[in-house]
Design a protein around this ligand. Structure first.
Ligand SMILES: C[S@@+](CC[C@H](N)C(=O)[O-])C[C@H]1O[C@@H](n2cnc3c(N)ncnc32)[C@H](O)[C@@H]1O
Ligand code: SF4
Length: 286
């Protein structure tokens, strides 16, 4: 267990191929939220995703040593933040490492995923790691719209994986995390109904965020997907009126997402600003 560093807390920080070496070579720290990616690639190309990709990964032994020597404590540990964690065949073992280390979070261990490949990972191991929440990205109950936003993905396949996951891990909460755009905003209630039918009780609705200087995102489609001023707030009022007393609802406007992305960027101490895993384009950062 780490003995150096001090007891102050870094509130929100990423840990991935862009800063692993920096944090490994720094004094131990205590984290509020630590958001980890062991790999840097994905099986989808969602229309709104701003993140660069590569075939880099974090070495398992180095990760274990980091957890043992550089962590003084974590409140929330999230696996899957900038890319797709289920593409890493080591996922369940890495999560077990977290669960058996000083980084075992005191509040929640979250796996955030596009949901297409959860079936490839040993659910019993995920449970043994102390996973508390599976956070699945879904934007709409309409399979064609879901395909068009999230690069041809099969909604049906994700729903089958969720059902199977809930059957084998009944104690682990499942949430839907959704990007609200101009094309799905009028159908958010249908997405929530779909989740409710399947036993999902927690929903996170995030307004579409767009950085026009980013060199990954689809600039042809993005402007047409942005919400107009006030539209997100209207949706919040509507959804809260209908579901507010029945389920857990969380909302993040793009101003809030932008502020937290910037804070996370500073805390994470990335060395290469041109290949940042944060969602902004280089110009916004200077
Ligand atoms: C970058 S993904 C990484 C985890 C995993 N691949 C997934 O999609 O769940 C994390 C979350 O960011 C959301 N996201 C991506 N681009 C976004 C944008 N421009 N605005 C708001 N949320 C976005 C995704 O839909 C997903 O819920
Ligand atoms: S949002 Fe997630 S699933 Fe979509 S391209 Fe980005 S990392 Fe992949």
């Amino acid at each position: 267990v780490a003995t150096d560093g001090d007891d102050s807390e870094i509130p929100d920080c990423q840990l991935n191929v862009y800063n692993f070496k920096t944090l490994r070579d720094s004094p131990a720290a205590r984290y509020g939220a630590l958001r980890f990616d062991s790999n840097n690639t994905c099986n989808l190309h969602c229309v709104y995703c701003h993140n660069h990709r590569s075939d880099q990964t974090i070495d398992a032994d180095e990760f274990r040593s980091f957890l043992e020597s550089r962590i003084r404590g974590v409140t929330q540990f999230q696996v899957g933040c900038i890319m797709e964690p289920t593409l890493d065949p080591r996922l369940a073992d890495l999560m077990l490492m977290i669960g058996n280390s000083p980084a075992r979070p005191t509040e929640c261990l979250i796996l955030q995923t596009n949901g297409l490949l959860i079936h490839r990972h040993d659910h019993a191991k995920l449970q043994a790691a102390g996973l508390t929440r599976l956070s699945v990205s879904l934007d709409t109950a309409d399979p064609q719209m879901q395909k068009s936003l999230r690069s041809g993905m099969s909604l049906d396949k994700v729903l089958r994986n969720i059902t199977e996951f809930m059957r084998s891990c009944p104690g682990i909460e499942v949430e839907f995390i959704s990007v609200v755009t101009a094309i799905n905003i009028d159908q958010i209630e249908m997405l929530i109904d779909l989740g409710l039918d399947r036993g999902v009780r927690r929903f996170v609705l995030r307004e579409l965020l767009y950085y026009p200087n980013n060199d990954v995102v689809d600039h042809v489609r993005m402007p047409g997907l942005l919400l107009r001023a006030g539209q997100f707030a209207e949706m919040i009022a509507r959804v809260q009126a209908r579901f507010g007393d029945k389920i857990e609802l969380y909302f993040a406007s793009n101003d809030q997402l932008d502020a937290s992305a910037r804070e996370m960027f500073e805390n994470s101490r990335f060395i290469d600003r041109n290949s940042i895993p944060a969602r902004f384009g280089a110009k916004e950062l200077t």
